[in-house]
Design a binder for this molecule. Structure first.
Ligand SMILES: O=P(O)(O)OC[C@H]1O[C@H](O)[C@H](O)[C@@H](O)[C@@H]1O
Length: 553
């Protein structure tokens, strides 16, 4: 049955569930079922999920799991893991899971076993990471590498940048890592202003090796090296400072990169799923190849769980169906990810690409319009900062915003355990406040002593009442180690996958990004005078270009 028909078939029954649950307060659900926390929590692959604070009951959950089964989630999952071309607009397999697979089986994409090539590149990655870390990799003047600058954007930046920040305590013995993504030259110039060309290594990461921003930044880096080392820009010894990571090695070679310095991945690795491939080279250099293996092992554990756990105990699926529930029936247009860990500060940005580029779509795989509301806006900031900025809207705004609270239970600095406790207490308090809220009666009792005029009392009660009944998941993270982080990232990857399957989307293409890219190249050419500005743009764009040509060029 087509996804539209499945979704249509489940709509009335889930709509009934919604009508039943819409007016029930979660406080009452807990009162009715003392075992609710126990029943609505799960442990898997190093993580513990408490999803009891959701506006859900057994019946609705059963229907959501039935919806997943009717969407043939199991078959879709197997199709992904076994290398079928599930990315149907690009006719590609989707095999990021093979990158972390450590078993003996072969996995084929288009009839070719991908495992030997994966192992070969992983070995090259490990050798390179070791050589840089040990001081065996020397720059053009024979000096060891002290700083590594990754130049890449989107999937060629966010994963390594987020992971190396999250794992900072594991990075201390390696060279210092820097990340350049934006084409705004201030970013790269600010970074380079503190670095020495003789001891700096650049990793230019781009799946396509055509991305305008990355190539522009790489060109600037090369000119900076040449000037600093007093060499010609085409001097071969500069190549000692330039590595390429790409699925198009010929494009890197054409730009002068040495074969030995080109690390490869493949079309069947989506950019936003690529940190497990050679795109993870900055991670392997930062935490060492053994640490990188641990990251892969953590992800593999989550893969095994996702592939084998029954639907109701499947952590990615539980998160997925809850997200669908709120998006479709509570009209939740956004979803907050709130890490109570400064080290996970870039996780929301990473998840924005993972989720929004995968499921921010209105057309189903078969070309029909999406039958349900699809991917929400993903956003967030680390706690407790967010509490003093945007939580007001989550508590009392008009929209229901489901939240994931991510709470590391241990801390890297035991001498500051007390401060970590404050952090954790805040996460727990926020989730409690969101769920329980504060009633008008409670407020009237509290304000009774203040001898307020009756109209002032009414005013304050109206403003201070917190309806509560706002859902959240709490994900406990035992420690921020490479292994646990690997599991956490894979959890969200599979959540996004499940939602894509149920919504009938191709979660692995990103056509919406293309048009802007094409127009930017064209406008760039026009601004440089390589192409004339004709009457080919809309009037607003033309007027802007005319003004900018006078002011910027
Ligand atoms: O790795 P690259 O080919 O340079 O692509 C970088 C990024 O480009 C585009 O924005 C795509 O939408 C992203 O998915 C991709 O990660």
């Amino acid at each position: 049955m087509s996804v539209s028909l499945v979704n249509r078939a489940f709509l009335p029954v889930l709509q009934q569930d919604f009508s039943r649950l819409e007016s029930i307060h979660m406080r009452d659900l807990f009162a009715q079922d003392p075992r609710r926390v126990e029943r609505y929590s799960l442990a898997a692959a190093n993580l513990f999920l408490d999803y009891s604070k959701n506006r859900i009951d057994d019946e609705a959950l059963d229907h959501l799991f039935e919806l997943a089964a009717a969407s043939e989630l199991g078959a879709a999952r197997e199709a992904m893991f076994t290398g079928q071309a599930i990315n149907n607009t690009e006719d590609r397999a989707v095999l990021h899971t093979a990158l972390r697979y450590s078993g003996p089986d072969s996995i084929a994409a288009e009839g070719v076993n991908v495992m030997p090539a994966i192992r070969e590149q992983r070995q090259r990655l490990a050798d390179c990471a070791r050589a840089v870390r040990n001081g065996q990799w020397l720059g053009a003047t024979g000096e060891v590498i002290r700083d590594v600058v990754n130049i890449g954007i989107g999937g060629s930046d966010l994963g390594p940048a987020m992971v190396t920040q999250a794992l900072a305590p594991y990075c201390r013995s390696g060279p210092k890592m820097h990340f350049v993504s934006n084409v705004d030259p201030v970013l790269i110039c600010d970074i380079l202003s503190d670095l020495n060309p003789a001891t700096t290594l650049f990793i230019v990461a781009s799946k396509t090796f055509t991305t305008q921003e990355t190539l522009a930044n790489a060109g600037l880096a090369k000119r900076w090296l040449a000037a600093g080392l007093d060499l010609a820009v085409d001097d071969n010894s500069l190549q000692q400072h330039m590595l390429a990571v790409t699925a198009r090695p010929s494009a890197a070679k054409a730009l002068g990169y040495l074969d030995a310095n080109i690390f490869c991945f493949w079309d069947w690795v989506g950019g936003r799923y690529s940190l497990w491939s050679a795109v993870g080279l900055p991670i392997a250099i930062a935490i060492g190849p053994e640490g990188f293996d641990e990251l892969l092992a953590g992800a593999e554990e989550m893969d095994e769980h996702f592939r084998s756990a029954p639907l109701k105990e499947n952590m990615p699926l539980v998160l997925a169906v809850l997200g669908i529930w709120y998006r479709q029936f509570f009209n939740s247009q956004s979803y907050a990810v709130l890490p109570y860990s400064q080290r996970l500060a870039r996780l929301p940005a990473y998840l924005q690409q993972l989720d929004m580029e995968s499921n921010g779509k209105s057309i189903q795989k078969d070309g029909a319009p999406a039958s349900w509301a699809t991917g929400p806006v993903i956003w967030g900031e680390p706690g407790t900062n967010g509490q003093h900025a945007f939580y007001q809207l989550i508590h009392q705004g008009q929209d229901l915003i489901p939240c994931d609270f991510l709470v590391p239970t241990s801390h890297e600095a035991p001498e500051h355990a007390e401060q970590h406790q404050i952090l954790v207490a805040n996460a727990v308090a926020q989730a409690e406040a969101l769920m329980c809220g504060k009633s008008a009666e409670q407020l009237r009792a509290e304000l009774a002593e203040c001898s307020l005029a009756p109209d002032k009392l009414d005013l304050l009660v109206a403003h201070k009442t917190m309806p509560g009944n706002r859902p959240s998941n709490c994900l406990l993270i035992p420690e921020l180690s490479p292994k646990v982080l690997g599991s956490l990232i894979a959890l969200y990857e599979h959540k996004v996958f499940c939602q894509g399957v149920i919504w009938g989307l191709n979660s692995f293409d990103q056509w919406g990004v293309e048009l802007g890219k094409q127009l930017a190249s064209r406008i760039c050419r026009e601004m440089c005078g390589e192409d004339s500005v004709g009457a080919r743009h809309d009037p607003s764009t033309e007027a802007l270009l005319a003004r900018l040509s006078a002011e910027v060029c």
